[in-house]
Design a protein around this ligand. Structure first.
Ligand SMILES: Nc1nc2c(ncn2[C@@H]2O[C@H](COP(=O)(O)OP(=O)(O)OP(=O)(O)O)[C@@H](O)[C@H]2O)c(=O)[nH]1
Ligand SMILES: [Mg+2]
Length: 500
């Protein structure tokens, strides 16, 4: 067995001297928000008349991940860097000079909220840069490309248009797929069992156990049970647990307070007479499945061609072995949605349509020096291995990588106790001060993390992993350059490169 190379390198935090973030502003440095706001908006109107949104090829690109995984930052960074491609050398169509233009267009789905690209970009790249607000609902953005074929094809074919419809949706909604197979009794059983292992569940568990589901429905009682259950879900999510289903309880939107969200798991009573609390909870659970879960899969999920699954693996490692194991299990549940055939109802909806490519990406990689990125990717691969093998079997092309939608740090090597240490530096979210962070060394073999996590360890044996929240850096960009990122060009090449 390989020895663990974690040593006793404690997380290092220190304030360092002057820090230069972003680029030196030689020549005409222009803030990215200025470029994009001005240019893309005007082009949006202009070009939509030139291309035919109905006959040109379309890729529907799903972007998902659990809450706070980094979806909004990823999409904003990706779109900004596809509009201004100066930092996208690994995108082959860009390197080959085949992209004439990229522009935003009105999206095809009139009833979906538009992904608020301009507001998110302004937050990230404005004078007072900050992370965008939590979104937590489905939204869409259409990005279109005018490309020229290269080689001998260029003489035969004129310029082409490709539309990429990016759909941002919460990973929690995919988790709800597992509810479709379950009856209310089975779901209640499994959920109450899960609660016994989570301290945040104690209060609701006591309440549910004291409840007699055979008694006639009393609406205020049902509402207070649902309320207590939602409070537990919220606390569990805040404590870092990944599986906090049903997904809409935490993200209710316009369904808040409706009967479809006013249910909770209960122990099954010996009798369940008509009009009893149990019967009504059962009915509402079924309504949640048919009126909330199924429409999402039918209207959105079933139409996705390519998918990015974003994972805050570093956050889970930092939170400890239990959080990592919970994340691994939750990912397996999420990814079961991409396994056609596992769910009869879903197979019926998909009618043989399959997601062509799936990218599993560990986000926020700017918290780690690049020398550790392959290790983070290895953790990511280990976490989704089962699901990945199955997806590959089902015909989807699958890749894993580590990336950052917006790079908030710069790398530096400092000397500590005579030993060189690869750190990242950025401006702390909490104090606004510049700080260097050494987050701990990830093991070369991801099993060193995954195995203790599976075996129920409560703390990492021989290592500490620190994470600090960094604020986005103030940047000024040269014309044609998007905001700094890590590997968005590779991600784009994998996801859409073959069609550009
Ligand atoms: N350093 C760094 N932090 C990031 C990056 N991406 C996301 N974050 C952090 O993670 C938080 C969540 O990112 P979002 O993009 O809002 O995540 P989300 O998945 O859209 O979250 P919800 O909308 O709440 O589901 C941000 O507020 C940042 O603190 C990144 O590339 N680098
Ligand atoms: Mg979001």
């Amino acid at each position: 067995m390989r020895t663990l190379s974690l040593g006793r390198l404690c997380p290092y935090t220190g304030t360092i001297g002057h820090l230069i973030l972003g680029l030196s502003s030689k020549g005409n440095a222009v803030a990215v928000s200025d470029i994009t706001d001005g240019l893309t908006r005007s082009i949006e109107g202009l070009v939509s008349a030139v291309t035919d949104p109905f006959s040109d090829p379309v890729i529907r690109l799903g972007v998902t991940g659990l809450s706070r995984a980094g979806k909004t930052v990823f999409i904003t960074g990706l779109v900004a860097n596809l509009l201004d491609r100066g930092r996208m050398p690994q995108l082959k169509a860009q390197a080959g000079g085949r992209i004439d233009s990229a522009y935003l267009q009105p999206q095809p789905d009139d009833t979906l909220p538009r992904f608020d690209y301009e507001a998110h970009l302004a937050a990230l790249t404005g004078d007072n840069p900050r992370w965008p607000a939590s979104t937590r609902a489905v939204s869409e953005l259409r990005l279109s490309f005018r490309t020229r074929p290269d080689g001998w094809l260029s003489g035969l074919r004129g310029p082409q248009t490709l539309h990429v419809d990016i759909i941002d949706y919460p990973g929690e909604w995919l988790l709800d797929l597992t509810l479709l197979d379950k009856t209310y009794a089975q779901w209640s059983d499994a959920t109450l069992d899960r609660l016994t292992h989570r301290p945040q569940g104690a209060a609701f568990l006591a309440m549910a156990r004291a409840e007699d589901g055979a008694l006639p429905l009393d609406e205020p009682r049902a509402a207070s049970l649902a309320h207590a259950f939602t409070a537990y879900l919220t606390a569990a999510r805040e404590a870092g647990w990944s599986d906090c289903t049903p997904g809409r309880f935490l993200l209710p939107g316009e369904l808040a307070g409706s009967p479809v969200l006013t249910f909770a798991p209960l122990p099954m009573p010996a009798h369940t007479p008509r009009g009893s609390l149990w019967r009504e909870m059962d009915r509402r659970f079924e309504a949640y499945k048919s009126k909330v879960v199924q429409p999402f899969f039918r209207d959105h999920f079933a139409r996705i061609d390519r998918q990015v699954v974003l994972v805050d693996a570093l956050g889970a490692i930092h939170a400890g072995p239990r959080a990592l194991e919970d994340l691994r299990r939750t990912m397996a549940d999420i990814l079961s949605a991409f396994r056609p055939g596992r769910n009869g109802w879903l197979s019926g909806i998909l009618l043989g349509k399959r997601v062509e490519k799936i990218l599993f990406a560990a986000t926020k990689a700017d918290h780690l020096h690049h020398s550790q990125h392959p290790r983070l990717t290895a953790v990511m691969e280990a976490m989704v291995r089962d699901a990945r093998d199955r997806a590959a079997f089902a015909g989807a092309e699958v890749a894993a990588m580590s990336l950052a939608g917006l790079r908030a740090t710069v790398e530096q090597t400092i000397t500590r106790d005579g030993t060189p240490l690869d750190v990242v530096q950025g401006r702390l979210l909490s104090t606004g001060k510049l700080a260097a962070m050494y987050p701990g060394e990830l093991p070369q073999d991801p099993a060193r993390l995954m195995s203790p996590a599976r075996e129920g360890a409560t703390a990492w044996l021989d290592a500490e992993y620190a994470l600090m929240g960094f604020a986005p850096a103030r940047i000024s960009l040269k014309p044609g350059e998007g905001p700094p990122h890590i590997r968005l060009d590779r991600a784009a090449e994998f996801l859409i490169g073959d069609r550009l």
